[in-house]
Design a protein around this ligand. Structure first.
Ligand SMILES: O=P(O)(O)OC[C@H]1O[C@H](OP(=O)(O)OP(=O)(O)O)[C@H](O)[C@@H]1O
Ligand code: HPA
Length: 177
């Protein structure tokens, strides 16, 4: 029995995840033909999605990692978004595609879009595996969207509860949260 089975139920299984990630990769491949693409992976949650997605983008690309945190171990945002790790190079003039796991209240992405826009990239788009519109506090336009989910706290495939469950191989729901 897997370590998470008592705590986590399945919301989106592995096969469905992989099928959607593959389709998003194909769409991104078509849209960025002839451009030099930089994926800005938002730590830590997006890492599993980002690495799977990157493998389905049939283009030369550069990976950057940007760490932000605002959930501090609970299921409610603190509302204070902090950059914990910055990208390694100047972003000016680059075609940036932000890779995120979830847009929940939208506060993290609102902060990040403003922060990256101020660095004058050639273009700035957003791919998010999940969107939870019921909790949105600000409208965020998602250019490449995996799934829209209900107002439940999800874990797995990179998403955590108090830093745990990121390695659950599907999108799951915390039982009793
Ligand atoms: O739309 P919001 O309400 O702002 O929520 C979305 C953000 O919250 C999570 O990050 P978290 O701060 O938990 O950091 P982590 O990715 O390191 O887990 C998630 O990975 C998103 O970045
Ligand atoms: O539902 C969620 N699960 C895990 N992390 C999150 N960060 C924002 N929303 C969520």
């Amino acid at each position: 029995m897997a370590f998470y089975e008592n705590d986590v139920g399945t919301l989106i299984d592995e096969a469905k995840l992989q099928e959607r990630v593959r389709a998003l990769g194909a769409e991104i491949t078509r849209d960025y033909q002839g451009k030099e693409l930089t994926l800005v992976c938002v730590l830590k949650g997006s890492t599993f999605f980002a690495m799977d997605l990157a493998r389905h983008i049939d283009l030369p690309l550069t990976l950057e990692f940007l760490g932000v945190s605002s959930y501090q171990g609970g299921t409610e945002t603190t509302g204070e978004v902090r950059i914990t790790t910055d990208v390694s190079k100047p972003m000016a003039g680059k075609h940036l595609l932000i890779i995120e796991d979830i847009i929940d209240t939208g506060l993290t992405m609102s902060f990040l879009l403003e922060n990256l826009r101020a660095r004058h990239p050639a273009s700035l788009k957003l791919a998010s595996l999940l969107e939870k519109p019921a909790r949105a506090r600000t409208k965020i336009a998602i250019d490449y969207k995996g799934f829209v989910i209900d107002d439940v706290f999800v874990v797995g495939y990179g998403l955590d509860y108090a830093e745990k469950y990121r390695n659950v191989p599907f999108i799951g729901v915390m039982k009793g949260k």
